[in-house]
Design a protein. Structure first.
Length: 302
């Protein structure tokens, strides 16, 4: 099967970098930097679709679903990176946000040639994790035509799950399959076809927005503080104390006392201080009634 790369902007030659192999190092870096500046503007054009996607993800997660990223190569690794950051940042179970990559775990560290060419493998990898209609599948591919991702999207569609595509070429096959598509057209790469560059940066930015937006909507952020952070190492223990101090204006000593009382449950600590509810169980019940949203819980008692 032949692939027509001429139709993909990500495979075109960039006129701004034609002589990059003959530039001084500083001019080489300026060329790359100038192209990178275009990425955020390209992402800006898709903010409506990104926002709609965040709403879909938050809704499905609140119904007991999961967020599953799937991709090959750089795209797959970026999905895994975003998924792996959710537990330490937002205290989520590792199963809530997952990343799948063509070729499996080996492909995270080393290219597995040909792994992305099997639609069947994409479907099988979803079946293996018990993917169901409550889950959201986010297919990631700069080209928008990776067979592994398409196979997964077809399967997800067949069981009635929501599907999202993130690609960097207009009118891609993935975008036509998706419930909602996010198309970030960043244009030709500095090094032709090296989509780990601008395309990869765009994908990383979008994934940051999706997971962060969903977690905010699920009540895991108060003001701009990550209140479900897990204090699993010395740095995070200190961060927990600082978050409590920032959110409530108490002293370090008071923050430490409350955190010990709540077993370092940052959200519960903040709510107990702000609400002046001294009984841990009562405070926890009110928070749970309001699905972990501190602001809503405070409104509930006034």
């Amino acid at each position: 099967m032949s692939i027509d790369l001429k139709t993909m902007t990500t495979e075109e030659r960039n006129p701004n970098s034609l002589g990059i192999d003959n530039l001084s190092t500083i001019d080489m870096m300026k060329t790359i930097n100038a192209e990178d500046k275009k990425v955020a503007l390209a992402v800006e054009k898709e903010l409506e679709n990104i926002a709609k996607t965040v709403d879909i993800i938050a809704e499905q997660l609140s119904l007991g679903g999961r967020l599953i990223y799937i991709g090959a190569g750089t795209s797959g690794r970026l999905g895994i990176l975003d998924a792996s950051e959710c537990p330490p940042t937002y205290g989520t179970d590792p199963s809530l946000v997952q990343g799948l990559i063509a070729g499996g775990e080996e492909a995270i560290f080393k290219a597995v040639e040909g792994a992305e060419d099997s639609e069947e493998d994409g479907e099988n990898d979803l079946v293996a994790i018990g993917f169901n209609e409550k889950d959201v599948l986010v297919g990631i591919a700069a080209s928008g035509r990776t067979p592994y991702v398409i196979g997964a999207m077809n399967y997800a569609n067949s069981i009635g799950a929501k599907t999202i595509s993130i690609s960097c070429n207009s009118e891609s096959k993935m975008s036509k399959l998706a419930t909602l598509s996010i198309t970030i057209v960043v244009g030709p790469e500095v090094v032709t076809g090296s989509t780990r560059m601008k395309a990869g940066t765009a994908q990383k930015m979008v994934l940051n927005m999706l997971s962060t937006g969903a977690m905010i909507k699920l009540g895991k952020v108060y003001e701009n503080l990550m209140v479900d952070v897990s204090a699993t190492n010395l740095k995070l223990v200190e961060r927990a104390k600082r978050i409590v101090m920032e959110a409530t204006s108490v002293s370090r000593e008071e923050a430490e006392e409350y955190l010990v009382l709540t077993d370092y449950d940052v959200k519960l600590t903040i709510f107990m201080i702000l609400s002046q509810i001294s009984d841990k169980k009562s405070a926890k019940d009110i928070l749970e009634k309001n699905k972990g949203h501190i602001r809503k819980a405070i409104e509930d008692i006034h």
